[in-house]
Ligand binder design. Structure first.
Ligand SMILES: NC(=O)c1ccc[n+]([C@@H]2O[C@H](COP(=O)([O-])OP(=O)(O)OC[C@H]3O[C@@H](n4cnc5c(N)ncnc54)[C@H](OP(=O)(O)O)[C@@H]3O)[C@@H](O)[C@H]2O)c1
Length: 372
């Protein structure tokens, strides 16, 4: 067990000797809430931003008022056959992975705590994480375990990472040992006794089947340790994974600047699976703090500034395009910037882009990518 996991205290540890002994009792002693997706927060946390964040916000300029209250109009969708009622805007927590991971931007504990509460307070009820996101799982457990019944927790498995002094070396391994170790450590770090959605962090259909990992996840689901089985994948492996017909959810990358999984999203949804979109704000688009030149090139080549309605930011256009995908049940946007969270909530509240703008963007991007 990793040191981080060992340091965690599971309030009502139900582990005894291996996964078979895990019970599904929740931390308050009752069976876990089968309707977690529809649960309303028990109390509203009204927090003011720490000084550093307020200063940070000043730098962004007061384009929109920073709201601290719950977004009451957040749309929810059924996450496919899971029936979970999931907010259309979810939260991708990778940015909170802390020090000793990648060093580009490090969010400290205080800011991470405030941010995670802000996410739930805003009405977002799905948080995606992974064992190989540094201290991310541990932070979610430490800061949000008291609010566990307010959110749907999606994490991953197949992660055989190595923690070095200043970075994590990501690797994936498709063995029963690795998957069991991931689940045990995730439960401890997340301070919970059930995972709503456990997703394979990549992998191809043949390796997962050969190692008996799908059967393993089904047995964990039968025991109540996990509630639903998911795959977080992309081309070239995604078609075969969809073909298996066993997954309750698929996490798939998609945005107007990277639309190549569009048809596969439809195929995945046709199996009844819930669709979780990642990369749905195209990493912030051309105005992002961390620039992605390849995506910016698509924006420029398609001349999307010509399509941008007056007063709308580029990030809003991208996010609302993603929300317009008919099979997008939720989009897990990653941000560590409170102002961006507010902007994204406001974009989600405005709803999907009008169909004619969607079609125009689609045609422009297709034209510059295929020449047709
Ligand atoms: N293989 C996998 O399973 C896999 C791979 C990648 C990601 N994921 C999951 O998907 C989540 C999201 O993926 P992602 O982070 O790659 O893509 P993303 O959500 O499209 O992009 C996140 C980036 O967008 C920026 N951003 C967000 N809102 C913005 C706004 N309004 N204006 C400008 N910039 C904005 C964020 O920076 P700021 O912090 O500055 O806002 C962040 O750097 C991750 O957190 C993780 O949970 C899974």
């Amino acid at each position: 067990m990793s040191k981080v996991a060992a340091d965690c205290t599971l309030r009502k540890a139900s582990f005894r000797s291996g996964l078979k002994t895990i019970t599904t009792q929740s931390q308050n002693g009752s069976q876990h809430n089968a309707n977690a997706g529809t649960t309303q927060p028990r109390r509203a946390h009204t927090r003011t931003l720490p000084t550093r964040q307020r200063r940070h916000l000043k730098n962004f300029g007061p384009r929109r008022q920073l709201k601290t209250q719950k977004c009451t109009s957040m749309n929810k969708n059924a996450l496919g056959r899971t029936g979970l009622s999931v907010s259309q805007l979810g939260y991708g927590s990778m940015g909170l992975r802390g020090p000793r991971t990648w060093g580009v931007r490090v969010v400290n504990d205080g800011d991470a705590e405030a941010f995670l509460h802000r996410v739930l307070d805003s009405g977002i009820n799905l948080i995606d994480t992974a064992p190989d996101y540094g201290v991310c799982e541990e932070r979610i457990g430490r800061f949000l375990s008291a609010r566990r019944d307010e959110f749907i927790l999606a994490t991953k498995c197949g992660c055989a990472f190595q923690q070095h002094e200043d970075h994590i070396e990501i690797a994936h391994e498709w063995t029963q040992d690795v998957v069991k170790r991931n689940v045990e450590a995730s439960l401890l770090r997340l301070r919970t006794d059930y995972i709503d959605v456990l997703q394979f962090h990549g992998g191809d259909a043949e390796s997962l089947q050969r190692a008996g990992l799908i059967d393993l996840l089904i047995s964990l689901r039968d025991q109540g340790v996990i509630r639903w089985i998911g795959s977080s994948s992309s081309l070239p492996h995604l078609p075969d994974l969809i073909e298996l017909g066993v997954f309750d959810t698929f996490q798939i990358p998609y945005s107007c600047l990277k639309p190549e999984h569009d048809a596969l999203i439809h195929s995945a949804a046709a199996t009844g699976a819930g669709i979780i979109i990642r990369g749905g704000i195209a990493h912030g688009g051309p105005d992002a703090e961390i620039q992605r030149p390849a995506l910016n090139d698509v924006w420029s080549a398609a001349r999307l500034d010509e399509v941008l309605p007056e007063g709308m930011s580029r990030a809003e256009l991208i996010l609302r395009y993603t929300l317009a995908h008919p099979q997008c049940h939720t989009v897990i946007v990653g941000t560590c910037n409170p102002m961006h969270l507010v902007e994204n909530l406001s974009a989600a509240e405005s709803g999907p882009l009008p169909a004619e703008i969607v079609e125009e963007i689609k045609a422009r991007v297709a034209h510059c990518q295929t020449g047709q």
